[in-house]
Structure formats: structure tokens, C-alpha cells
Design a protein around this ligand. Structure first.
Ligand SMILES: Nc1ncnc2c1ncn2[C@@H]1O[C@H](COP(=O)(O)OP(=O)(O)OP(=O)(O)O)[C@@H](O)[C@H]1O
Ligand SMILES: [Zn+2]
Length: 571
């Protein structure tokens, strides 16, 4: 048994997450966590809301709330949406927690002691009417690159370029709309990443095992050359800046930049978890190499835009602290799940969001679709037609059909019990081999976090079930050779059980229902490679009950209705 620490990129607090967020971080992390638990490992799956930064302040202002109240509410909304989707976090924390404040301040002070923090004077946009600086998204204006008139101080949503607030032409305050702005000097802390560059390079080079996308983005950022990063902002909402445990002189009205404290929340959230359990030191065995974390295997999941922060900025913080922290072992990154070729967008309300998705269909339908079409090797596009096809074929025609057919047959023709007696024949021998091959592929793909590949192999096992029934034809055998029919039905019912086991990471709610048809209950251990034994697990005589319908088809009218409601291709 190993200890496996899993984090998914922290969902930002400004509203409920869309299917893209789910596909690119939380869901694959959950599949991996569930798989590793089924393998018998000790898993700690940590996530949290990312609550600092200007978008949170602006969203709160728009909602007419103070930012703390806004975050309190939004955190609960995201927490419950995650639960409804079956995201099995061991802890879903908050980057605004006292634990994160303390750790963030501690990291900065350690970096400072090691000569890696420098005060520098920056030029920043100041709003005379608002009486404040306008960092990041507090200032909007015309993009100097593409001429888009609603570009934000940190990035242009039209051309995607990263910007500095002072780059904008015709700037105005996002708070008041005022154009009465001037550029003023302001003092900020810089993390001297250039001084840890050698250590960073060596650390990244020692991680040949990272999946391709993460590795290539990490190397691209190294090749472009590291720069020192401003890690504070002129804001009130965030982690206050300290020196020797006291407010840092000259920084009383400043806080850390959100990307400085957000990844530290992975550690802080673990601490929140153990504090809540009344074991305040427990977090250290996961994060401190001097406190027993050497044997932890740490995997991070995220969308591609987050890779640089996890391969360069956060590691620079950790390495620079000079302390024995656990660092990431494997980093799994995802491309974009697009909405009809365009972007899902929270700020523009484009796409399907987690709460809406569950109004339409159960969580497992979305989970299966998003994993089977995971944006792994390239971007992928959500369309209602493809979604409908996946649900109708995979879940209804293949899996649902198999389970339903054999459980109904057992109820109708065999008195509703797992039949005994008889010997496996050549068709069963072939089945063992075929299932073993696909199972090995699914297991390996899940180990290496190749989500699409894993889903395909699992789907092939569903297909093998249908093919087996077709070939072995228990409905014919029962008329002439009841013992033979018993062998076939017993194998098929055991395959139903096996499918429940394999469905656990992908579709936990359906896995439970499938297991129940053959009297099994979750959690079920991941299968061994001995397929003959795996297909002989059910006790003979065990009651079989087809139960409620597993999946329903998505009708054309629904696709038309949802396309209308969510905009589809015209959005
Ligand atoms: N369309 C997408 N496809 C895949 N992953 C995505 C997509 N959009 C965001 N992500 C990932 O989701 C995770 C959480 O993102 P976050 O809450 O910060 O939203 P975001 O990136 O600001 O998205 P948006 O701007 O649409 O709100 C991040 O790892 C991010 O890379
Ligand atoms: Zn632009």
C-alpha cells in the first residue's frame, strides 16, 4: 500500500464552475483518487476554493456583498456542487483560511531570510476618484495588441495576451468607470526566481516521468527564461504581508498576489483537514519530508494555463524556502474542453455549468462523457450531438443493455439466483483472455492517468459482455442444456459485478446500482489479473434483481431544447 496525495487545481471562487473546469482538473483527479482507493492505497484528495484576487472582489461588489460574505456563500455552493457530482475530496478547503494565511506568511519570511525577496518600486495605475490603486482586473481599457476595448489589466480576453495595467490604452476604473487616473509609484515584494533558476532546472530535469503536456509547457517556460515576480498587490482582500510575524512596514495596505498564496493552500487545506479531525500535526506526514512524507507520492491535476504556476512559481517558492517540503512527483495537465470550438467562460456565462448540468441529467452521464472525451492530447469540443451519441451508445446500448439483459433473464428464467454447477468451456476461456487484456490496459492507463484510454478499455469490456451473450446464447441453451445455460449466466452475472467494480472511478452512483443487481455493495476492490477468479466471485444462489433502469436515452427533442436554452453553436 502506498500513500498518494492528490490535488486538483483550485476552482476560483467567482461563481459555479463549468464543464470545462470539471473536465480539466477536478473530475480526472477524482477518477484517479477513486481508482487508487480501489487499489487499496491510502489516498488523500485535497481541493479548495481559490478566494483571493481582484475577480473575487469585483464579483462581490457586483453582487452587492462584502467579499467575505460573498466567498462564504460561493464556497458552500461549490462544495455542494462537487458533492452532487460525486467528487470525493477528503477535504474541500478555502484559501482564505487562517491556516493558509499563516503558511503563506511563513513561506515569504523564509524566502526573505534566504535573500530571495526584494522590495522594488513599481508604476501602478491609481484612481483619484476611487482613492485607490487599480491592480490587475480593477483597470480596463483598450488592448495595445489587438485593439479590443474591454481588455483587463492582467490579460486581454480577446487575444489572450498577458498585460500589465499600465499597458492599456484609454484606461478606466472597473470599480467606478472613472478615467481620472494617474500612474503612481508603489512598493512591492519581488520573488527573485532568477536566483533559484538552476535548482528549478535541475528539479524539472529530474522529472522525466511527467506526462507530455505538463513537461512541454514546463520546458517552454524555462526556455523563455525566468523573471523575478511581483508577489504583492495594493489590495485589502488577501493574506497580509508580514516580517518577523509583524505587519511589514510600508506594506500595511497590501496583500500577497493570489497566485502566491493559492498553491500554498494545498498544504494549508491538508492542515485544515487534520485540524478539523483534532490531529493538528497530521498534515506534516503528508507534506514534510522530515516528518515522514518521504513515501508519499504526490500528483497534481490542472488545465494547461495553470502549468507554469505549478512547475515554476510554486516550486520556486518551495525550493527557495530551503525547507524539506514534499514536492509534486507527477503533474497531469489537460488541454481545453471547448464549447462548440469557442471558450467556456464564467465571466461571459457561456457553456453549461455544474448546477445546470445536474438539472438536466444525473452526474454519471456527465462524468462518463467528460472522461471518455477528455481533452488530453488536444483540445476537444463539447457539442450536444456528441454528448447525446455518447450517452445513447455507451451507457444505454452497451452497458445498460448488457446489465439489463442478463439480470432480467436470470429473474425470468432462472428464478432470480446465481446458478451453480457446470464447467467453463472454450467460449469462457476466450472471454477470460479478452477481458484480461482490456483490464490490463484499463489498469495501466489509470495508473498513468490516461483518461480516454482507460475509458475506452472499460467500454470494450462492456462490449465483450454483449458479444459473449450473443455468442453463448443462454436463451437457446436453456431449452436444450440447462447446465450449460447456468455456466453462461453465472459468467455473465460475474461480468456484471466486474463492471460495477470498473465503473467505480468513472460513475460512482451507477456503480452502486450495478453492484446491487447482483447483491454486491461498494466499495469493491480493483480486480486482480486472475480473471478466472474474478469471474467466479458471486456466491451461487445469490439473489439477482434487475432493479430500476440504469440509464435513459437522450431524445432528439431534448437536444433541440438544450441547444436553444444554452445557445449551442450560436453562442
Ligand atoms: N475549458 C476548460 N477546459 C479544461 N480545463 C479548464 C477549462 N477552463 C478552465 N480550466 C481549468 O479549470 C481549473 C479551475 O479553473 P478556474 O476556476 O481558475 O477557472 P478559469 O480558468 O478562470 O476558467 P474561466 O475563466 O472560464 O472561469 C484550472 O485548472 C483551469 O486550468
Ligand atoms: Zn488583445
Amino acid at each position: 500500500m502506498s500513500r498518494i496525495l492528490i490535488t486538483s487545481a483550485l476552482p476560483y471562487i467567482n461563481g459555479i464552475k463549468h464543464l470545462g473546469n470539471l473536465a480539466g482538473s477536478m473530475l480526472p483527479a477524482d477518477v484517479y483518487a477513486r481508482f487508487m482507493r480501489a487499489r487499496g492505497h491510502e489516498v488523500l484528495y485535497i481541493c479548495a476554493t481559490d478566494e483571493h484576487g481582484t475577480p473575487a472582489e469585483l464579483a462581490a461588489a457586483k453582487a452587492g456583498q462584502d467579499v467575505r460574505t460573498y466567498c462564504d456563500e460561493q464556497h458552500l455552493i461549490q462544495k455542494s456542487a462537487g458533492e452532487s457530482f460525486g467528487l470525493s475530496y477528503d477535504w474541500f478547503g478555502r484559501s482564505s483560511s487562517p491556516q493558509n494565511r499563516q503558511l503563506t506568511q511563513m513561506f515569504c519570511e523564509a524566502l526573505d531570510r534566504n535573500g530571495l525577496i526584494e522590495e522594488r518600486v513599481d508604476k501602478m495605475v491609481f484612481s483619484i476618484d476611487d482613492g485607490r490603486f487599480l491592480p490587475d482586473r480593477y483597470v480596463e481599457g483598450t488592448c495595445p495588441h489587438c485593439g479590443y476595448e474591454k481588455a483587463r489589466g492582467d490579460q486581454c480576453d480577446n487575444c489572450g495576451r498577458l498585460l500589465d495595467p499600465t499597458d492599456l490604452k484609454n484606461p478606466y476604473s472597473a470599480v467606478s468607470g472613472s478615467t481620472n487616473l494617474e500612474v503612481r509609484d508603489t512598493r512591492h515584494l519581488y520573488l527573485l526566481q532568477t536566483k533559484v533558476e538552476d535548482r528549478l532546472r535541475a528539479w524539472i530535469a529530474s522529472h522525466d516521468n511527467w506526462p507530455h503536456l505538463a513537461k512541454s509547457i514546463a520546458n517552454k517556460h524555462l526556455d523563455e527564461g525566468l523573471i523575478d515576480r511581483g508577489i504583492t498587490r495594493d489590495l485589502a482582500w488577501g493574506v497580509p504581508v508580514t516580517k518577523d510575524g509583524q505587519p511589514r512596514p510600508g506594506f500595511e495596505n497590501k496583500v500577497f498576489y493570489v497566485w502566491f498564496d493559492a498553491p500554498i493552500e494545498y498544504i494549508a487545506a491538508t492542515r485544515e483537514f487534520f485540524d478539523a479531525k483534532g490531529k493538528p500535526d497530521g498534515w506534516q506526514t503528508w507534506w514534510r519530508l522530515d516528518q515522514g512524507a518521504e513515501d508519499v507520492s504526490y500528483v497534481e491535476f490542472m488545465g494547461k494555463d495553470n502549468v507554469a504556476f505549478h512547475t515554476v512559481s510554486f516550486p520556486a517558492t518551495i525550493l527557495g524556502s530551503g525547507e524539506p517540503w514534499k514536492m509534486v512527483d507527477t503533474l497531469k495537465a489537460f488541454n481545453w474542453l471547448n464549447w462548440y470550438g469557442g471558450k467556456f467562460s464564467t465571466s461571459m456565462n457561456r457553456g453549461v455549468f455544474m448546477d445546470q448540468a445536474l438539472e438536466l441529467l444525473p452526474a454519471d452521464y456527465w462524468r462518463w462523457y467528460l472522461i471518455a472525451n477528455s481533452p488530453e492530447s488536444s483540445d476537444s469540443s463539447f457539442t450536444w450531438e456528441q454528448f447525446q451519441a455518447t450517452i445513447n451508445k455507451d451507457l444505454n446500448d452497451v452497458l445498460g443493455n448488457f446489465v439489463n439483459r442478463i439480470t432480467k433473464f436470470t429473474e425470468g428464467k432462472l428464478g432470480g439466483g446465481v446458478p451453480e454447477g457446470g464447467e467453463a468451456g472454450p467460449i469462457e476461456e476466450k472471454l477470460y483472455g479478452d477481458v484480461a487484456e482490456q483490464l490490463a490496459e484499463a489498469t495501466e492507463a489509470l495508473e498513468t492517468m490516461e483518461m480516454r484510454k482507460a475509458a475506452q478499455a472499460v467500454r470494450r469490456i462492456w462490449v465483450l459482455g454483449n458479444e459473449y451473450l450473443q455468442e453463448a446464447a443462454p436463451w437457446t441453451a436453456i431449452k436444450t442444456d440447462p447446465a450449460r445455460a447456468g455456466v453462461i449466466v453465472r459468467h455473465a452475472l460475474n461480468l456484471v459485478r466486474l463492471n460495477a467494480v470498473l465503473a467505480q472511478p468513472f460513475m460512482p452512483f451507477s456503480a452502486e446500482k450495478i453492484a446491487a443487481t447482483v447483491g454486491a455493495s461498494l466499495p469493491l476492490a480493483w480486480p486482480s489479473t486472475d480473471i478466472r477468479a474474478e469471474l467466479d466471485k458471486l456466491v451461487t444462489g445469490q439473489t439477482v434483481a434487475a432493479g430500476e433502469i440504469l440509464f435513459s436515452k437522450v431524445e432528439d427533442e431534448k437536444v433541440a431544447e438544450w441547444t436553444q436554452r444554452f445557445g449551442g453553436a450560436d453562442a
